[in-house]
Design a protein around this ligand. Structure first.
Ligand SMILES: *Cc1c(COP(=O)(O)O)cnc(C)c1O
Length: 390
């Protein structure tokens, strides 16, 4: 019997190694990886530049504590701010921690504005993490059940509905921030319209609220821009990152700009591991490889090719409701629950995911080749056709 807490309904496969976009299990079977560890392995598996950088850093310094200066962390903060337009960074180890920092920052900001009970507007179907505050911000009742009392101070509205937010503003004077994913990942690959994003930025400016973008899944070049909000040309006050930032080495970040910058001082927040030299080196190598190998443009073109290919291969197939996405964040919505497709994929040597019950989710690494994209389309379309025909 396993001594692991059964927090995951694990699939019956265990991997031993990987290279590029293929992973091999302990029995020697190889799989095409169209999930990249849920948007984590930005550079695929065993990327030579990343392997080398991590090994060299391990040979210099792994960890020293944030009681001291950390050059790699300073450098990474500079790079992230230059790419995003944000102005300062707090480093942690995961997405929920990055969002915890953002929530604390919003409350801190609220208190500075004289709001004693600050509230944050969050979206239906949002996913922000599993810690108590981020679970409370998450828009999934099933995930919250059994963990009440939830953390207070969140007001939920439908996604892509600016009027709903305006309506909250009219009667709730405790609101200090709006928090959202520009592309919802766990919620089923739902994209915030550019109009909504720009309207929200304007509304936040008018009200003096912070706009908090959770870019944990849609950030890091995945949508074809460095960050999801860049499609609309808006700049948030707070942005969070994690998943793909370290290409598999755990690291998270909470970035602030404008009226959210300069608020936290010594003692207001912290992390033992956050931003250690090893994690920062992995993130710096991820950034430089994305730049050197033109992976931003690749995310856009390969993503478009996969969506286009699937649209053609599944044209007229009854049961396919929608094929949508941005860059390499792709959802195929079916008219019925389709979790079974994950095990069918596994049998066929294909790693995919199903989220929000009916949405096949693809999050390939940014190093996916044209040939792999074509292979993915052919194999996945066949699986979906067979599943819907059954
Ligand atoms: C995965 C995810 C999180 C939580 O990240 P963890 O590293 O699992 O804590 C938060 N927000 C979004 C949008 C995510 O996709």
């Amino acid at each position: 019997m396993s001594h692991l807490m059964q927090t995951y309904a694990r699939l019956p496969v265990t991997f031993s190694h990987g290279e590029g976009n293929r992973v091999t299990d302990i029995n020697g079977k190889t799989y095409l990886d169209a999930l990249s560890g849920i948007a984590v392995n930005t550079l695929g598996h065993k990327h030579p530049a990343l392997v080398k950088a991590i090994a060299e850093q391990a040979g210099r310094l792994l960890h020293v504590s944030n009681l001291y200066g950390i050059r790699e962390q300073e450098h990474l903060a500079d790079r992230l701010c230059a790419l995003s337009g944000m102005s300062e960074v707090f480093f942690c180890n995961s997405g929920c921690e990055a969002n915890e920092a953002a929530i604390k920052l919003a409350r801190f900001y609220g208190h500075r504005q004289g709001v004693d009970n600050p509230a944050i507007i969050v979206m239906e179907k949002a996913f922000h993490g599993r810690t108590l505050a981020t679970l409370s911000a998450t828009g999934n009742r099933k995930a919250q059940a059994g963990f009440e009392p939830l953390v207070a101070g969140f007001v939920r509205v439908p996604y892509n509905d600016l009027d709903a937010i305006r309506a909250v503003a009219e009667h709730n004077h405790n609101v200090v921030a709006v928090m959202l994913e520009m592309v919802q990942g766990e919620g089923g690959i739902n994209i915030a319209s550019l109009e909504f994003q720009r309207g929200l930025r304007q509304l936040c400016d008018d009200k003096g609220w912070l706009l908090i973008c959770d870019e944990v899944q849609c950030g890091m070049a995945r949508t074809g821009k460095w960050f999801g909000f860049q499609h609309a040309g808006v700049l948030p006050d707070v942005m969070t990152l994690a998943k793909g930032l370290g290409s598999g080495v755990p690291i998270g970040a909470c970035l602030a700009a404008g009226k959210a910058a300069g608020l936290f001082g010594p003692g207001n927040h912290g992390s033992t591991f956050g931003g250690n030299p090893l994690a920062c080196t992995a993130a710096l190598t991820t950034l430089s490889t994305i730049e050197q190998d033109g992976l931003l443009a690749r995310a856009e073109t390969v993503g478009a090719a996969i969506r286009q290919g699937l649209a053609e291969a599944l044209a007229g197939v009854a049961g396919v409701v929608d094929i949508r996405g941005q860059g390499l964040m792709i959802g195929i919505e079916l008219d019925r629950p389709c979790g079974e497709l994950v095990t069918r994929g596994l049998d066929a040597g294909l790693l995919i995911n199903v989220t929000a019950d009916k949405v096949v989710r693809l999050l390939p690494a940014l190093v996916f080749s044209d040939a792999e994209a074509k292979e993915l389309v052919e194999r996945l379309a066949a699986l979906i056709r067979a599943f819907l025909a059954a």
